[in-house]
Design a protein around this ligand. Structure first.
Ligand SMILES: Cc1cc2nc3c(=O)[nH]c(=O)nc-3n(C[C@H](O)[C@H](O)[C@H](O)COP(=O)(O)O)c2cc1C
Length: 276
């Protein structure tokens, strides 16, 4: 069997297939299933210390269909970060690392503009055994009222400060996840890398409103007044354009840049196969 193992920022992955933060990493059960199906690493659904402040609504997805073929060309969502208790996540991280010691478990974290909060979430996740962090500076609709997510990531000065706090606290690799909803993605990338983040992830979803006249499937919830974010083939070109722009922004070598946003449809793809 071919050897697909790879090393990224010192993380030994059995293969380079990494599940991005979102519904497929929403609890230990689904993360374990992903590992069973062969995925090399999983980035969990973004977590925070105070889950009770996160109120998710249902339904929270909308589909945009092509007028000609009726194929789904865009997915809008207003899903927030995880609303599950932080202590539950800590227990599940421990269980996952006990059961899958050779797989890479990456904690996606998001916090308010408080150094103590970032230090605490990092310390407790590391104690639970996570292998790396992805800091969510990217979610456009995820808690902007608390100045979290892209509300933090679109301000390069604040981003640099918070990444500095993260790097002071973390002893494992850290990736900063970027938002595409900025004019120059080079600026936040440079800010994160210059204070020592090991890599950057691009990108989160494009801010959008899918309207009634565009084939929306939940008009009662996303009636054109709620701002959500979109992925899917309708926005692939725009999202991909963020990726080639970051190498020049790097002020240092050895930086991992991970791109996402390549999926064209909502169809289920094949699993990467059994673990090597
Ligand atoms: C329903 C949904 C929930 C998501 N939740 C998170 C999240 O909690 N944290 C995060 O960093 N990104 C989240 N994302 C963004 C994805 O990780 C990814 O960046 C985005 O979907 C673009 O990549 P894709 O086109 O490959 O899906 C979410 C995306 C969707 C569609």
């Amino acid at each position: 069997m071919p050897d697909l193992s790879t090393v990224v920022n010192g993380l030994k992955l059995p293969n380079p297939f990494v599940i991005g933060s979102g519904p497929p990493g929403t609890n230990a059960n689904v993360i374990g299933k992903a590992f069973d199906e062969g995925w090399g690493a999983v980035i969990c659904k973004t977590i925070s210390l105070e889950a009770d402040k996160v109120v998710n609504v249902q339904p929270r997805y909308a589909r945009l269909r092509s007028r000609e073929s009726n194929e789904i060309i865009g997915w809008e969502n207003i899903e927030l970060i995880s609303d599950r208790e932080f202590s539950t996540w800590i227990d599940e991280f421990k269980q996952l690392k006990d059961k899958y010691p050779d797989r890479v478990l990456i904690a996606s974290i998001m916090e308010e503009y408080r150094q103590e909060a970032w230090a605490e979430i990092i310390e407790r996740c590391e104690q639970a055994g996570v292998d790396a962090f992805e800091c969510n500076f990217s979610c456009p609709h995820g808690l902007p009222e608390r100045k979290m997510g892209s509300a933090m990531g679109e301000n390069s000065d604040i981003l640099a400060e918070v990444c500095g706090w993260v790097m002071d606290a973390a002893t494992v690799p850290v990736w900063a996840k970027m938002t595409p909803n900025v004019t120059h993605i080079e600026d936040p990338v440079t800010a994160a890398l210059c204070v020592g983040c090991h890599g950057v992830s691009a990108i989160n979803t494009i801010r959008s409103v899918i309207g009634k006249d565009q084939g929306i499937e939940h008009p009662q919830d996303l009636s054109g007044t709620k701002i959500g974010t979109q992925r899917g083939s309708a926005t692939t070109g725009s999202r991909l354009s963020c990726c080639p722009r970051w190498p020049n922004a790097s002020a240092r070598g050895g930086v991992a840049g991970r791109g996402r946003g390549y999926r064209q449809t909502g169809r289920r793809g094949p699993a990467p196969g059994p673990a090597p």
